[in-house]
Ligand binder design. Structure first.
Ligand code: BGC
Length: 751
């Protein structure tokens, strides 16, 4: 294909307009006259959903592809290298299927456990989401195909998703909802960014100039293409002006005509159109002439299995129930329909047609040593959430005669889908009732959980000795569970989201999913663990938690502040158990003296390390000024003071802590007429000037308001200029004018 700039010069206005829309549900528009081909895009993100027909809008029937663990699972791996490898495998499959851009990953923040698409998102934390998102994008793009990081931005619910306005303040956006996108854009250079469906503070994401142009391109330097989410464009001209380059699927005959008319009528500057066209041509040029490729389904399946094993989180393991070590002649009871009928992905646009599917029951049977009986009872019916007494009784009978009971519990498929939010976080009553009955028959119970977004454990977890949270872990989840249960793999997943005690405890509870077209992000920056920690609320399991079959000790915390307020932190971690395993070392930072409300602690670094038994490793983290800062008005503010650094195995299992002094100016405001009297008095020079202006009596006692403590308490927080209307305070208009003239913007107070 010829160079995009040359081509642009030869395109007619109609051809330019056509390029800003797709030509089908999954293809860009070709310009055959100039040899510009159409390129294909497809979902994403945990495996390919490439429809055989470019105009096929349905969900199922896509070409077979490897179904990798969903993002909720991959998020729990805390392993960017793994996520990169998965991304690379997906990229290879995309190339083999002739796809130029994979629509993913989704990196929206899990604001509420109710969001129906939480299984497609990594975490409640922006750092973890950003690091894993960047790894996913680099992996995909290492194969010569593009990624489309989505959904930009503040897209955290499915209810009313095409219309709802996420009403959120800028600080919350900058600290919580934008940083993951910023990291992916600046570190991984995605070919495309997909705008969200929703509105943000009243403006559709597809028409949001500040978001799509000022921030994305202006501040972050994005040079790729912005594509709409499917059907997100409402006003094609407003969207073009805002920076949305490609409309998908195309509103053929409408949007293209509107563009041509707008340019002809002088309503749309042709230079704006040209900019979008050039970005489309650049994308096509990047994707044109792909090297033909195939993929090895077996090795991708093996990767999917290893990945699924790395994603599972061992929540509890009382009496060292796991790993199972059954002796010959013993019986393992596997109970639960989900062991036989796997659920391994969520519903909606990310649904993959898997190349094969492993069944946990079969895999457990295959992994059990000879002489060990693996017996099965369904226990419940997946199509019915109520208790089935017959199935439960049969399962209890099996549990009674077994040595160990492995119970598969999980959410029904209907509970988790793109397009709908949940209304509760409970497992079906039939399943939890069954568990209580099994516990009476046999206390040696291991629960294997299968769900894409968190479920409530409080109320039933006492009936289990071990819980392995496996998420929706892709087509090889069954084998991974068997590997974990028998200790062939050592659990190393950590929670990427808090498991609350109750739905009502979640920070967004009172503001989700909103009403009358608006959802107020009232909890501000206190999302997920930031919210639970701020109010000291108990949770079932905290962010970052996860056990291993081995143990780790932490020591030797060292911190050093370098000139520009960046901090180096190092510590040593040792495997003190008898098995090799991975530890996820987490670095949290808190700023307890800040003049704005800040989370108690925030994740600012992490590393997943593999250690043989007895081995140790020293890790070093680097914190930047930005890591210590909060967003105020129009920029990042680093407030000098003592920062609390903590290294831990979870957000509530902090093993090493240190206070670190960081120099930096305190936020300041000018000593002007709007500065309060108290602010003037808090400043040594300002105080001296005010005192001199008001004066003292013959005995040296302060006059006016300075001699009246009661009055000072009541109106001392008035701007000094407002005090001039109160007689007897000693503050007159002339005094204010004089003070402001002498101090004003040139003199600032802190606080
Ligand atoms: C989803 C996107 C997806 C697109 C194409 C939309 O409904 O929100 O995540 O990539 O459809 O299937």
């Amino acid at each position: 294909m010829r160079s995009p700039t040359d081509l642009l010069a030869e395109l007619t206005l109609e051809e330019k307009a056509s390029l800003c829309l797709g030509s089908s549900v999954w293809q860009t528009a070709p310009v055959p006259r100039l040899g510009v081909p159409a390129v294909m895009v497809a979902d994403g993100p945990h495996g390919m959903r490439r429809q055989p027909d470019a105009d096929h809008a349905g969900i199922s029937g896509s070409l077979p592809a490897t179904c990798f663990p969903t993002a909720s699972a991959l998020g729990s791996s805390w392993n960017p290298d793994l996520v990169r490898r998965v991304g690379a495998a997906i990229g290879a499959e995309a190339r083999a299927q002739g796809v130029a851009v994979v629509l993913g990953p989704g990196i929206n923040i899990k604001r509420s456990p109710l969001c129906g698409r939480n299984f497609e998102y990594f975490s409640e934390d922006p750092l973890l989401s950003g690091v894993l998102g960047a790894a996913h994008v680099s992996g995909i793009q290492s194969q010569g195909v593009g990624a489309s990081v989505k959904h930009f931005a503040v897209n955290n619910q499915e209810t009313d998703r095409l219309r709802v306005s996420a009403d959120v303040d800028e600080r919350t956006m900058r600290e919580i909802y934008l940083p993951a996108f910023e990291r992916v854009v600046t570190e991984a250079g995605p070919w495309t960014v997909m705008c969200a469906y929703n509105r943000i503070n009243g403006v559709h994401a597809s028409q949001h100039h500040w978001l799509l142009t000022d921030v994305l391109r202006g501040e972050w330097g994005f040079d790729g293409l912005v594509v709409s989410d499917w059907g997100a464009v409402h006003d094609r001209i407003a969207a073009l002006r805002a920076g949305l380059d490609l409309e998908m699927p195309p509103r053929l005959g409408v949007s293209d005509r509107a563009i041509v008319t707008a340019v002809r009528d002088g309503e749309l500057d042709e230079a704006v159109l040209d900019r979008a066209v050039l970005r489309v041509l650049n994308l096509v040029a990047r994707a044109a002439d792909p090297v033909a490729a195939t993929f090895d389904a077996d090795s991708h399946h093996r990767l999917a299995r290893a990945a699924a094993a790395e994603c599972a989180v061992l929540l509890k393991n009382d009496h060292t129930m796991l790993p199972l070590q059954p002796a010959a002649g013993q019986t393992i009871a596997v109970i639960g329909e989900l062991a036989r009928t796997p659920r391994f992905q969520g519903a909606g646009s990310s649904q993959v047609n898997p190349t094969r599917v492993e069944v946990a029951l079969d895999e457990i049977r295959a992994a059990a040593s000879p002489g060990v009986e693996v017996a099965f009872a369904a226990g419940y019916d997946l199509s019915n959430t109520a208790r089935d007494d017959g199935l439960a009784a049969e399962a209890a009978e099996l549990a009674r005669r077994a040595d160990t009971v492995v119970v598969f519990l999980g959410l029904p498929a209907a509970d988790e889908s793109e397009g709908l939010d949940r209304t509760h976080v409970d497992l079906p009553a039939g399943q939890t009732g069954l568990l209580a009955q099994l516990a009476q028959a046999n206390p040696n119970i291991v629960v294997v959980l299968v769900n894409g977004s968190v479920v409530r454990l409080d109320g039933w977890q006492q009936h289990s000795r071990a819980i392995l949270e496996c998420w929706l872990s892709g087509q090889a989840a069954g084998g991974a569970v068997a590997d974990l249960l028998f200790g062939i793999a050592n659990p190393s997943g950590r929670l990427a989201e808090t498991i609350p005690l109750r739905l009502e405890d979640t920070p967004s509870y009172l503001n989700f999913p909103g009403e009358a077209g608006h959802v107020r992000y009232g909890e501000g920056v206190f999302v997920g663990y930031r919210g639970y920690d701020a109010v000291g609320r108990d949770v079932s399991y905290p962010f970052g938690h996860g056990l291993s079959y081995t143990t780790f000790a932490y020591s030797d915390l060292h911190t050093a502040v370098t000139g520009d307020a960046s901090i180096t932190v190092s510590c040593t971690v040792r495997n003190t158990g008898h098995r090799a395993g991975h530890e996820v070392v987490q670095l949290y930072v808190g700023d307890p003296q800040a003049q704005v409300a800040r989370p108690v602690r925030e994740l600012k670094g992490f590393a997943k390390v593999y250690l043989e038994s007895g081995a140790s490793r020293t890790l070093t983290f680097h914190l930047s000024r930005r890591d210590l800062s909060y967003w105020a008005r129009s920029g990042w503010v680093l407030e000098g003071g003592t920062f609390e650094l903590a290294i831990g195995a979870s957000s509530r299992d902090l093993r090493l802590t240190a206070g670190v002094e960081v120099a930096g100016p305190l936020p300041a405001r000018p000593l002007d007429g709007m500065a309060t009297l108290q602010e003037w008095l808090a400043d040594p020079d300002g105080s001296a000037a005010v005192r001199a202006a008001i004066g003292v009596d013959a005995d040296g006692r302060p006059q006016g308001i300075l001699g009246d403590d009661e009055l000072l308490t009541v109106i001392g927080n008035f701007p000094i200029s407002s005090l001039a209307v109160f007689p007897g305070t000693g503050i007159t208009n002339a005094v204010v004018d004089d003070l402001v003239r002498r101090f004003g913007a040139g003199h600032a107070v802190h606080g």
